[in-house]
Design a protein around this ligand. Structure first.
Ligand code: SF4
Length: 357
């Protein structure tokens, strides 16, 4: 198909079967069609937030085979951050780096109480009132609600009351159960992730949605995932960003078991991002998540349907432990956007433009 034919088919509404077949098309035609639609539906801006990433704890009992970050309880490298320490780091990052968002996640730590999280959010708000807190994923909300014998609603309401502004999109992986059985067998199922997201949105807590790709999934799983994200957005309007996250097999059990030998090729990254745009159209922004793909590929993804670079991600530990490196300054991200011929803008957590760069 030509880029024009692909764009026209997308605009008239793709079925899941048609979207799966797009994976057989030339990646450059897909990219061109997706870029054309992005410019038409969203304009030429590329946004990102200036944020700091802090993991409150690396202790996790979920033992996901995709994860290089977690340590079991009592492991010598296990840590849990004191709320005051996190708050101090956020305040420093706010004054020295100008960050406007804290991205705070961790594992399933059986020793943490709801009061720990409340104190964490309150301490951050006291120390850095202008910084939005984007915190625990649907997977963490599900785990802790079971640990504390509370409803999802109660956990979400207490988190919100203590200062949580938004939910990060992790833990979604790929919604299809046959894939989850391999990549995250001890974590919530896809339907539960979607139900918690829907409830959070109804309670006034917006969220991102991620999709971890490049492991054992097939095109139909990717397409099914993106359609479910689209349907959620149509129901609630509470999604802020769709973030395709490229899997890195290094230091993970999937890698050690030989199920995934190497990261997916760049052509696949481009197809995933382009097809996400062709399905989501004007419903949701699509990210070029440079932390997982590397900065060099990010501007190419911006020419394939992406229109957000997520954030500066100061102090990113989860992916660093799987062989990926650190942060990017706003100027560096702006340069990536310009390289793709786009207008960079700093945004806040809720995607309001703060400043054109
Ligand atoms: S991916 Fe998340 S839930 Fe799974 S082991 Fe790692 S920290 Fe725990």
């Amino acid at each position: 198909m030509t880029p024009r034919e692909i764009a026209e088919a997308a605009l008239s509404g793709l079925s899941a079967g048609e979207a799966v077949k797009l994976f057989d098309e030339d990646f450059m035609a897909l990219a061109k069609a997706a870029e054309e639609l992005t410019l038409k539906l969203w304009g030429d801006s590329v946004t990102f937030v200036n944020n700091i990433v802090i993991n409150y704890s690396n202790v996790c009992v979920a033992r996901c085979p995709i994860c290089a970050f977690y340590r079991p309880p009592k492991h010598p490298e296990a840590y849990t951050r004191a709320p005051e320490d996190v708050a101090k780091a956020v305040a420093e990052a706010s004054s020295s780096l100008g960050v406007t968002e804290l991205h705070v996640n961790g594992g399933f730590n059986p020793e943490l109480s709801v009061e720990y999280f409340e104190e964490l959010f309150r301490a951050v708000k006291r120390a850095a009132p202008g910084v939005a807190i984007k915190g625990p994923t649907m997977a963490e909300v599900d785990y802790y609600s079971r640990l504390w014998r509370m409803s999802w609603r109660e956990v979400l309401e207490r988190f919100k009351e203590a200062g949580l502004d938004a939910i990060s999109g992790g833990g979604a992986e790929i919604f299809a159960e046959e894939v989850r059985r391999v990549v995250s067998p001890h974590k919530l199922d896809g339907e539960t992730w979607l139900n918690i997201a829907e409830l959070a949105h109804k309670l006034g807590i917006p969220s991102n949605a991620t999709m971890l790709y490049g492991h054992v999934e097939r095109p139909e799983h990717v397409v099914d995932h993106i359609f479910k994200v689209k349907e959620l957005q149509e129901r609630t309007g509470g999604l802020l960003l769709f973030i395709p996250v490229k899997f890195s097999p290094y230091n993970t059990e999937l890698g050690r078991r030989g199920l995934v030998a190497a990261p997916a090729p760049a052509v696949y990254d481009i197809k995933v991002v382009a097809i996400a745009r062709l399905i989501l159209l004007d419903k949701l922004k699509v990210a070029a998540y440079w932390v997982s793909t590397g900065k060099r590929l990010a501007s190419t993804l911006l020419k394939a349907g992406a229109n957000d670079l997520v954030g500066t991600m100061y102090n990113e530990a989860v992916l660093a432990s799987a062989g990926m490196r650190g942060a990017a300054s706003p100027e560096e991200l702006a340069a990536i956007a310009r390289e793709a011929g786009r207008r960079p803008a700093l945004r806040d957590t809720f995607h309001r433009v703060l400043r054109w760069l």
